[in-house]
Write a protein of this length. Structure first.
Length: 115
C-alpha cells in the first residue's frame, strides 16, 4: 500500500536503486513480485521498500543486514532462516544486505499495493 507521506525519494525503491539484486518478475494493480538475488560475498546497494510485503526465502545464506549504512544484525550470530519460509515485512527505509556466505542468497518479495 503506497503512502503519501513516504519520506524517501522514488529512486530509492529496490528495483531502481538495487537493480542487480532486485528484479520485478510480476506486477499488476494489486501486487509487485521481486526476485532477490545476492551472490556470495556481495553487498547490494542501499534501497527502500515502500509497500508491506511477504518475503519468501528459498535459498537462505548467512547475511549481514545494514540500516542506513549501519550493521544492525548478522545471521552469523543468529539462526539462519530455513528455506521457503514466508515472513511478513513492514515497509523498510534505507537498508542493504550483504551475503557473507559462500553460496548465493535467493528470495521472492511479494509487495502489496493495497490491503
Amino acid at each position: 500500500m503506497l503512502s503519501d507521506n513516504w519520506p524517501w525519494p522514488p529512486e530509492m525503491d529496490g528495483a531502481l536503486a538495487a537493480p542487480e539484486s532486485h528484479v520485478i518478475v510480476f506486477e499488476n494493480d494489486a501486487v509487485r513480485v521481486l526476485e532477490i538475488k545476492i551472490s556470495a560475498g556481495e553487498r547490494e546497494a542501499e534501497h527502500t521498500h515502500q509497500m508491506p510485503s511477504v518475503m519468501i526465502v528459498d535459498r537462505p545464506a548467512m547475511i549481514r543486514y545494514y540500516r542506513e549504512g549501519i550493521l544492525v544484525s548478522s545471521s552469523a550470530e543468529s539462526t539462519v532462516v530455513e528455506a521457503a519460509v514466508g515472513q511478513w515485512m513492514d515497509p523498510e527505509g534505507p537498508h542493504s544486505v550483504e551475503n557473507i556466505d559462500d553460496k548465493p542468497y535467493h528470495a521472492f518479495r511479494v509487495e502489496l499495493k493495497r490491503l
